[in-house]
Design a protein around this ligand. Structure first.
Ligand code: PHE
Length: 474
């Protein structure tokens, strides 16, 4: 079985593919908006601390699990626990979650594709109209874009690990960095950009409160693609000759760097266009507000670039986000596929077919739940809010299950899988690793405060989302 298993051809292949998964809509859209509304530099500092102190050990744990077991999440939890059915079920959750996240992520990727094509066609002004977003998400033409997006994602997945995932990442990721850098350099030349740079880089620590802390942790976790079995699966395609710690560091660094530069693009742009901007007005930006806000931001650039110039900048930005979204979507979809190949002995082709049809059905339902079909659009009420099918998936899997799986990964690696084996797997290339400071930190953090923090975030999200009740002032 393991001889047939796909494998990345090199360390760089793994790093680019894992970074391709990590760098996504979360970095390019979510991070800058969250940083803008949560105090700029203060948010950045808290975010960086979480990446280094909390997320990095969890990343190592997931990758080590995958590489040691050479299996998808179900197989990995099951085998490494000495064939425990209960842990196998936890693995099941780590397969179901990416499946459902693929559903809501696909819906958003389809919007990005629509925004990309419409900016390219010169319709930026229409996208910037306040009512545009509501009309777009309820328009049946979305299904064409959905079809195109799925064709691209499944085309890449059909190529397999090396010729599909790795190759796509090797082409798309460098292009993405280049475009991002060009956009940042351009925005820096605008008058008043310095005000945004200062807001983003000079911390005002009095801005750190529980909301900043909670959003920074949620964001860091999602951004690094944690709690979703992705790094377990990608770890299983990672050669045993390679160094886990260095590669993981590169992935975390790349993901954080992209988020950082996206902030350096969006925040100065906001200030350049409106020096008096009231960042608090961005305060409760939901997904729909972000999607109306971005085209407005680009359209306002026409005062110094003309309409065509502003449309070009918007097109490049949406292309960048689209590339990032595609590599993320590929990674999320790979998890259920790996599970079907490993556990159900399906051929890769059959697994792709099953995934395409089932995910496709859910994606269509989720798309229709944003205004096209009444009962799907107001499916259920909880926490005092009426929710659509799309909202339910988002709340249940993004906000609830992710931190919970993260918590279970920590508990598993610390108390179920033999701790010595776990540390050995991480330090396979370095015999002194087990006595290093990093090894002690990983053991300590994963066994104590990291799961505790994740459990708190989980409990808080459950209380707030489903019962409208704020725990611990969060
Ligand atoms: N990390 C990606 C982002 O920041 C999203 C993602 C989540 C990708 C989960 C894969 C899995 O947008």
């Amino acid at each position: 079985m393991s001889a047939l298993r796909g494998q990345f051809s090199s360390r760089l292949g793994f790093i680019l593919a894992a970074a391709g998964s990590a760098v996504g809509i979360g970095n390019l859209v979510g991070f800058p908006v969250m940083a803008a509304k949560n105090g700029g530099a203060a948010f950045l500092v808290v975010y960086l601390a979480f990446v280094v102190l909390v997320c990095f050990p969890v990343m190592l744990a997931e990758i080590a699990m995958g590489r040691s077991a050479q299996k998808n999440p179900v197989g990995a939890f099951y085998t490494l626990s000495g064939n425990s059915k209960h842990w196998g079920r936890v693995g099941g959750l780590a397969v179901a979650t990416p499946f459902m996240i693929a559903v809501f992520y696909s819906v958003i990727t389809v919007w990005i594709m629509l925004y990309l094509l419409q900016s390219l066609l010169g319709n930026l002004d229409r996208l910037a109209e306040p009512a545009a977003f509501g009309e777009i998400v309820a328009s049946p033409s979305l299904f064409w874009y959905l079809f195109l997006t799925m064709a691209i994602v499944y085309g890449i997945l059909a190529g397999g690990v090396k010729d599909g995932i790795e190759k796509a990442a090797k082409i798309l990721m460098p292009l993405l960095f280049l475009m991002l850098l060009c956009l940042v350099i351009f925005v820096m030349t605008l008058d008043n950009a310095e005000a945004g740079v200062a807001y983003y880089l000079v911390p005002d620590f009095s801005k750190i409160d529980s909301t900043v802390i909670r959003s920074a942790l949620n964001q860091a976790f999602f951004s690094l693609s944690l709690g979703m079995g992705i790094l377990i699966t990608y770890g299983s395609y990672f050669s045993r000759e390679e160094k886990i710690v260095n590669s993981t560091r590169m992935v975390a660094f790349t993901d954080t760097a992209v988020a950082f530069f996206a902030g350096l693009l969006i925040l100065p742009a906001i200030f350049a266009i409106n020096p008096e901007v009231d960042v608090q007005a961005l305060s409760d930006s939901s997904i729909s507000l972000i999607f109306s806000y971005l085209p407005q931001l680009f359209l306002e650039m026409q005062s110094f670039l003309g309409y065509v110039g502003a449309s070009i900048i918007a097109t490049v930005f949406f292309l960048l986000v689209f590339f990032a979204a595609i590599t993320s979507l590929v990674s999320i979809s790979e998890i259920p596929i790996a599970w079907m190949v490993d556990e159900k002995s399906y051929s890769r082709r059959k697994a792709l077919g099953v995934m395409g049809v089932t995910a496709g059905a859910f994606i269509i339902l989720a798309t229709m739940s944003l205004g096209m079909v009444g009962w799907l659009s107001s499916l259920i009420t909880y926490g005092g809010v009426n929710k659509s099918f799309f909202d339910v998936i988002y709340d249940l899997f993004y906000d609830t299950v992710l931190p919970f799986i993260g918590f279970l990964v920590c508990i598993f690696c610390s108390y179920r899988w033999k701790r010595s084996e776990f540390i050995n797997e991480i330090g396979l290339d370095d015999e002194n690793f087990s006595s290093s400071l990093l090894a002690s930190y990983i053991t300590l953090s994963l066994g104590t405060f990291v799961p505790l923090i994740l459990l708190l975030v989980f409990a808080n999200n459950v209380a707030q989302i489903y019962f409208g009740y704020k725990l611990l002032g969060f």
